[in-house]
Design a protein around this ligand. Structure first.
Ligand SMILES: [Zn+2]
Length: 417
């Protein structure tokens, strides 16, 4: 087992699940445990200027580096609250023969459901024991950045740019950038290491809104309801029936957006429906918002005695246009991947990252892969060789930024892993 894998496993053992009901920053104490460990490890490597903000953001500057541009590297320490991350026991499936992996009795990781997995046949796949998530999202990203920092410290002669590092909490609950201090970070351009398959360079995310519906009816005893009752539960049902099945996420892929009713609650007094809207283009998202508004008007006409309100709030925006302002961010990452022997491709995330918000805060940020898949689930997986390729691509990208465009892979240096 190499240092990169050992490092990942060490971090995976710390429960850092974030909690949307938590009012502190970070939302859970486990995240601080990991942040403190990272802080100590960075200091042991000789990194100066390690600063752990009381709100749970770890900033550091890697000494050395040249050129006028400071490159930031970011990953988030929390894991999704959707599945428990307590007591993660990583299992290594070495010399994987490509057949479905039984993670736990009856729980299979099947490459026919996940073609990206098949790419790592013959290698080592890491999963949990099936009772928790694995936490490759984003502890694989944290481990890759930490090993890249170590590599920079141990290979000071290799040309590279100035590098700033940040580890953030609560990304999975949408608060990763809430307390982020762009000045303290000190980067001009940045990479998050929070993606999936090696070779991909994510330069677009969705534009995202949520639509919160509240329907208040007129409550009357059902025995004397004739002509008087206005039932919010039934109106909520009508609202769902008005939504187009072909626009739902289960029927959308590629560059299509979607409308996803994902929360519903209600009783005889009031019903609430939460819908998320996603689209890569601004005009596409605006059209989805308008569809919600027209449903609101229709329902109000049909049920004049109900009180129907619709609040639409922006969640994050696609930074694609901002990222075009400095083409090197994508181009150098593609070159770094090619130097690692991969076929690089520019891709879009059907979701968002901290980088989309950071781009709008003045630091254009592109997302790089970790080597994992099936995030936020008990079948989450990480390919050891994928993580190594992601590490190698990242280090090569830094070399390109330092002016080294040679074709040598960095792993010809045994010190690097
Ligand atoms: Zn993530």
């Amino acid at each position: 087992m190499n240092d990169l894998v050992r490092r990942f496993i060490r971090y995976a053992g710390i429960d850092t699940g974030s909690d949307p009901s938590g009012t502190d920053a970070p939302s859970t104490t486990g995240q601080t445990v990991l942040l403190k460990l990272l802080s100590e490890e960075l200091k042991e490597m000789g990194v100066r200027d390690v600063r752990l903000d009381p709100r749970g953001i770890l900033y550091a500057t890697v000494p050395g580096g040249t050129g006028g541009t400071t490159i930031g590297l970011l990953a988030h320490v929390d894991t999704s609250p959707a599945v428990s991350g307590a007591g993660v026991r990583p299992r290594l499936h070495s010399d994987w023969d490509g057949s479905p992996l039984e993670i736990a009795p009856g729980l299979f990781l099947d490459p026919s459901e996940c073609p990206e997995l098949g790419r790592w046949k013959g290698g080592t796949i890491i999963t949990s024991d099936g009772s928790t998530l694995l936490g490759a999202d984003d502890k694989a990203g944290v481990a890759i950045i930490m090993e890249a920092v170590r590599w920079m410290m141990e290979n000071p002669e290799v040309p590279r740019p100035r590098v700033a590092v940040a580890f953030t909490p609560d990304e999975e609950i949408g608060r990763g950038m809430d307390n982020f201090d762009v000045k303290a970070f000190g980067a001009d351009l940045a990479y998050t290491v929070d993606g999936e398959q090696p070779g991909s360079v994510d330069s677009a995310t969705f534009n995202a809104c949520r639509a919160d519906w509240r329907i208040r009816g007129v409550e009357v005893h059902p025995g004397s309801a004739l002509g008087r009752l206005v039932n919010p539960v039934r109106i909520a049902g009508e609202l769902l029936a008005m939504m187009k099945p072909e626009e739902m996420p289960e029927n959308s892929g590629g560059d299509q957006g979607f409308e996803y009713p994902m929360e519903i609650s209600g009783n005889s007094t009031e019903a609430r429906v939460g819908v998320i809207l996603r689209d890569f283009s601004d005009s596409g998202l605006a059209a989805r918002e308008e569809r919600m508004r027209s449903m609101e008007r229709l329902l109000a006409l049909k049920h004049p005695r109900a009180e129907i309100t619709l609040d639409i709030t922006r969640q994050y925006s696609n930074p694609a246009e901002i990222l075009k302002s400095d083409g090197r961010l994508v181009e150098y990452a593609m070159r770094g991947a090619a130097m690692a022997g991969l076929e690089p491709r520019e891709s879009s995330i059907r979701g968002g990252t901290d980088g989309s918000r950071l781009s709008f805060m003045g630091v254009p940020t592109v997302n790089l892969p970790t080597g994992g898949g099936f995030f936020h689930s008990r079948r989450e997986w990480l390919a050891v060789e994928g993580m190594e390729k992601a590490f190698e691509s990242l280090v090569n990208t830094l070399r390109v930024w330092g002016g080294d465009s040679g074709g040598r892979g960095c792993l010809d240096n045994p010190k690097s892993l």
